[in-house]
Design a protein around this ligand. Structure first.
Ligand code: FCB
Length: 443
């Protein structure tokens, strides 16, 4: 790799990210059913109807997995705690085994010199709450804050930072408008409610975390580099609408207490009553912003007369990953400078996810991924030079894992997982990143 640790600010944090349902094995340790268990059991939603029942069996292999992070020379580990593992019914009696597990996880990080970066919600809505409408029910904000309190009372004294939610756009729009993720709805009213309630849950949870005395709290948002497919007025308008729903909705609510007009144009009639009264709690101060970035979105206008949002995703010409996502590091640079300029100023930013899926290669050669990381590190380096207060980068993901609707086919890991034996083997990208972030010995 062209860049090394020395090219980044002194306290820059290098780490890798995972999420509970994608690696732990949700059938172990008393975790409750989640909407991903039932979504995946419904034919047509997930490749091969695969689910997270076993996943990477991280539940039983946590120590070896933490060793992999330490042995790569990483400074931090971004993981999520599963709501349904902590509270199998979503509310009520906690699962002591689940709390013990996260307690060991945090201590295991600290023992290895890894800063624990916790995310409270990375998509496993407990089924008992999904039955009550999940993200479409306004009570979800209080349910989430209550869950946050239970887990924070157990591990909040030792985690380095807490992100309330991972990727609210996926939680709401992808899951309630496009229907690609659990609960698989395709309904504009459900979408508007979920898009607002997910912000409200962020705000309510922030309030609770502050009441508990937590600092270093923030949120992880996902951004795409949205571009119009052509210079036509129609394509430019379509791209502006997409930018509003995907990139602006959440960050504007959180930093300005407002929603973009281009998005309200379609969603406002379906918003829950009194939403304006929530904007103050939603826009309370955060301590950091997590940025997840993977690719660009090339957007054109839908056919004449198509209802809002009137957008169409166009396949772009650039080289693509196993997900068919264009490789576009410039978009990361642009996202980071845009956040700084338009929204967060000097607030610390972390790239909390960036990575690529790539098929298995003989002998775990992994040049494509190494090149991808290298190019995105250069984009981050450029952003730092342009004044972005970027404080860390987490590769997605440590392990090949359960890639949601794509099952186990898409491999994002620095470490290969054989899903028959569950053996872990570091790929060449793991070794390349390890060399790049190795600390120089000045002694
Ligand atoms: C992000 C998710 C993460 C993983 C990567 C590929 O949207 O946060 O769980 O699926 O994409």
């Amino acid at each position: 790799m062209k860049l090394t640790r020395q090219d980044f600010p002194q306290d820059f944090v290098f780490g890798a990210a995972t999420a509970a349902y994608q690696i732990e094995g949700h059938s172990f340790g008393g975790a409750g059913s989640t909407h991903w268990d039932t979504f995946s059991a419904t034919p047509g939603n997930v490749v091969g109807c695969e689910n997270g029942a076993i996943a990477c069996d991280h539940y039983h292999r946590m120590d070896a997995d933490l060793d992999l992070l330490r042995d790569a020379g990483m400074d931090a580990y971004r993981f999520s705690t599963s709501w349904a593992r902590v509270l199998p019914e979503g509310r009520g009696t906690p699962n002591q085994e689940g709390l013990d597990f996260y307690d060991r996880l945090v201590d295991g990080c600290l023992a290895r010199g890894l800063k624990p970066f916790q995310t409270l919600y990375h998509w496993e809505m407990p089924s008992a709450l999904a039955d009550l409408g999940g993200w479409t029910n306004p009570d979800v904000a209080d349910w989430m804050a209550d869950y946050a309190e239970v887990i924070t009372r157990r591990i909040g004294d030792r985690v380095h930072s807490i992100a309330t939610l991972n990727e609210p756009w996926c939680v709401s729009y992808l899951s309630h408008f496009l229907g690609h993720h659990a609960p698989g709805q395709r309904d504009i009213r459900a979408t508007a409610r979920a898009m607002h309630h997910v912000n409200l849950a962020h705000g309510r949870t922030m309030t609770r975390l502050r009441d508990l005395g937590q600092d270093n709290c923030g949120i992880v948002l996902n951004f795409e580099a949205t571009e119009p497919a052509s210079d036509s007025a129609a394509d430019r308008a379509a791209a502006a609408t997409q930018d509003a729903t995907h990139n602006r909705w959440f960050i504007e609510a959180i930093t300005r207490g407002s929603y973009p007009q281009e998005a309200l144009a379609g969603l406002e009639p379906h918003m829950p009553q009194g939403w304006q009264d929530h904007m103050r709690e939603i826009s309370q101060p955060i301590d950091f912003l997590g940025v997840n970035y993977y690719t660009r979105g090339l957007i054109g206008a839908a056919e004449d007369g198509a209802p809002w949002p009137g957008t169409r995703q166009i396949a772009g010409p650039l080289p693509k990953t196993q997900m068919d996502w264009e490789i576009y590091p410039e978009g990361l640079h642009r996202t980071l400078t845009r956040m700084t300029r338009d929204y967060v100023g000097n607030l610390p930013i972390f790239v909390t996810e960036n990575g690529m899926a790539w098929p298995e290669e003989p002998d775990h050669a992994d040049d494509a991924r190494t090149d991808f990381i290298d190019r995105h590190l250069q984009a981050m380096h450029g952003a730092v030079n342009d004044g972005v207060n970027l404080q860390g980068f987490f590769y997605w993901s440590l392990l090949d894992n359960y890639e949601w609707a794509f099952g186990y086919e898409k491999r994002f890991g620095l470490v290969h997982v054989d899903f028959d034996t569950l053996d872990r083997t570091p790929k060449s990208s793991y070794h390349a990143l390890k060399s790049a972030i190795a600390r120089q010995d000045h002694s």
